[in-house]
Design a protein. Sequence first.
Length: 459
Amino acid sequence: MRRTQRSSDGDMSAAWRNVPGVLYLNGDVAEEVRQLSGAGGKGTVDELGFQVLYDRIAERLFPWCSTLTSRARYFFFSVAVLDIALEEAIEDDRVDPNRDFDELARAAEQRRSALMRTVRRIERALAMSLVAKHPPEERGIFGSLRCKRWFRENAEVAGRGKILSADARYPNAIYRGSCRALALFAPQDSSTTGLLRARLIGAPIFNPDWHTHSRLAVSVIRKLDEFWRDAGQRGLTFSTARAQLAKLADFKTFAGFALRHDEAVFLYRRIQHATPYLAEISTKQLTTLLKGGDLHLLTLKRSVSDRTQHELFDAGYHIDAATTPFRTLYQRYAQSRVAIQLSPSVAAQIGKSKEWLDAKSESTDLEWAPIWRGEIGPLIQDWLKRAHAMPLARTLSDSLCERAEQVVRGRGQAKQAPHQKTTHENEADLRSELEIRETSFRLGNGSLILKDIASGMTR
């Protein structure tokens, strides 16, 4: 759990303003991620029930990002993995444009398992190659924990299968929603079954421009997959395979996460098309904005001349200021059961942001407004009153815990909020396995992807 940050002058509220709250993951997230389709915001659990409010802002700020998408080149890897897997699962002689609907549905369902096995095999080869290519501290490699352990223990390549623990959790699914937002797929139905149906009748799978800019990724990942399959068949250990991989010409040219210049330019154009406010920000401006670390909502606002977009950034700023302190207090209590309190300066900042949100929610057309008015606004008002009540710690902590229990209970019977649990080992393992970097409006992961793009522009 991230520590609450304090500004240099000791004002905790100042740090909160640019640190969207970490979404606390409990055991329920395992089931959420098993059902993951790649849609933004999925795979997270927000015990105080704020996430639906954040998503309304995040879907406009970063529709091409989620709390699990963190590296730009995974978009091109997604094309490569699916392209190779679909061709292997459905060979050319099985493609028939004249299949009737019922036969098409049956054939797609029959090939689904074969496709998923192939996807996971290729992604395993990709993960092992990324671990071998990048330094140990490199972040964003799905399955890095297992792959690093296999290398460290010098296990045999054969028999080492899934890079992530749950069957339905794999990189291609995690990136699927973000890929849709960037118009990667040609078919309207870009579910796994929909893509299989398209392949079976010979319909285009990918947007032609995406396919063009992913051709090098397709070529090298095909070779890496062939290498790791051969390594397994020959009974190689990971250390031996790694030594041989280093000599492979295709691995030497494998750029890993580094974007080529043309890939960076193309991807940023797609992101600008999907995100109107970024259309105003040149790549040179983007580099400047990212120098200080993660993007900042109000800094972004100052970079956008279209004033119709400004409300989006203001709303995000005030939602963050009004909700994050309570989330942080709850997380602190859930972790150590210590007494919690809200400082007068933080309470004052919450009050100011609440006033802005109350007033603006009556006049705006943005989707966050009815959610704020309907439940969140009154809830924040109640907590502010409790923050001034005595005894402070008991009054506020009880209310936060009651809210968490109510929200988590709504997800199913026998679900427990973090303060009801006695251990958080599963949550820590899951966070490490997926390398989750959760922020309220996806600012953190959006920043990581844009930093990859900015670096690629210089190549």
